[in-house]
Ligand binder design. Structure first.
Ligand code: GLU
Length: 277
């Protein structure tokens, strides 16, 4: 069985990098006789726009990537994410955090700390709000919740591992390399890491194909899958499409938006050639 997905956030136009990711996943699913699903990562409602979502559908259809409906929308799934968080909370693995980004930067760069360590989400959380014993009582609402990663790793009965391009990867030392990541945000209810893990499991995803910018985050996802009793898919992190100066493409880079190429008269075949497919 082969089920993969493309999971864009409707916060701007799809660019060549997105097209590459989507076409790679689609082509792989087709070659394996599997399915290619679409998920709209619209958890952050302050940044997502219906017009960007409409443009995603339009661009994907134009590229010839057929997708089954209905499409899964993260903004409809908050109760599911909260249920997963409660499961972690009841195991004593979450704690409330009230630090701002500035607090974290200041604490992490205090002279006694040395150079701040960086993880998948930026500066590794210095542990300011981490309690010495697991918090008791019901899970608090409307606040940021972090994973006590050291505590979580202690609960594992065997080492973490996942398959990346046919190789077995064994993430190690997560308290040091990723730290206590945010799993619920005050204004969003859940974070990217939590929602992506729950959604991949609920959509039955067997193969995750996405850019190598998310490679480091995969160790968090594999840990969460283990803690939540969910299966770990195989992963394929592909190279990023870069501009002529070698910089990775950004959503604001309209020059490389699929819609711009379309307006200039390019064909889907031209887009495939541009990304080397
Ligand atoms: N929504 C994420 C992004 O646009 C991708 C999520 C994923 O593939 O895991 O970067």
């Amino acid at each position: 069985m082969f089920i993969t997905r493309f999971a864009p956030s409707p916060t701007g136009p799809l660019h060549l990098g997105h097209a590459y990711s989507a076409m790679l996943a689609h082509d792989r699913a087709q070659a394996e006789g599997g399915s290619f699903l679409l998920r709209i990562d619209d958890l952050d409602q302050t940044r997502c726009r219906p017009e960007w979502e409409a443009q995603i559908f339009d661009d994907l259809a134009w590229l010839g990537l057929d997708r089954p409906r209905p499409v899964l929308r993260q903004s409809t799934r908050l109760p599911r994410y909260r249920a997963a968080l409660k499961m972690l909370w009841s195991q004593g693995l979450l704690y409330q955090c009230s630090c701002s980004r500035a607090d974290i930067r200041a604490a992490a760069s205090a002279p006694q700390e040395g150079a701040p360590l960086l993880g998948p989400d930026g500066v590794i959380y210095p542990g300011t709000c981490r309690p010495s014993t697991p918090p008791q009582g019901p899970m608090p609402e409307d606040c940021a919740l972090r994973l006590d990663t050291a505590q979580a790793c202690k609960m594992l009965d065997n080492p973490l591992s996942y398959i990346e391009k046919d190789q077995i990867i064994t993430p190690r030392n997560l308290p040091h390399t990723v730290g206590d990541v945010v799993l619920a945000r005050r204004e969003m209810g859940a974070s990217y890491h939590l929602s992506v893990v729950v959604d991949d499991a609920d959509q039955g995803i067997t193969h995750v194909i996405r850019g190598e910018d998310l490679q480091e985050a995969t160790q968090i996802h594999v840990l969460l899958q283990r803690l939540l009793g969910l299966p770990t898919p195989a992963y394929h992190h592909h190279a990023l499409i870069r501009d002529d100066a070698g910089k990775r493409l950004a959503k604001r880079d309209d020059a490389r938006a699929i819609s711009t190429y379309r307006a200039q008269g390019a064909s889907p075949r031209d887009i495939r050639a541009m990304v080397g497919l």
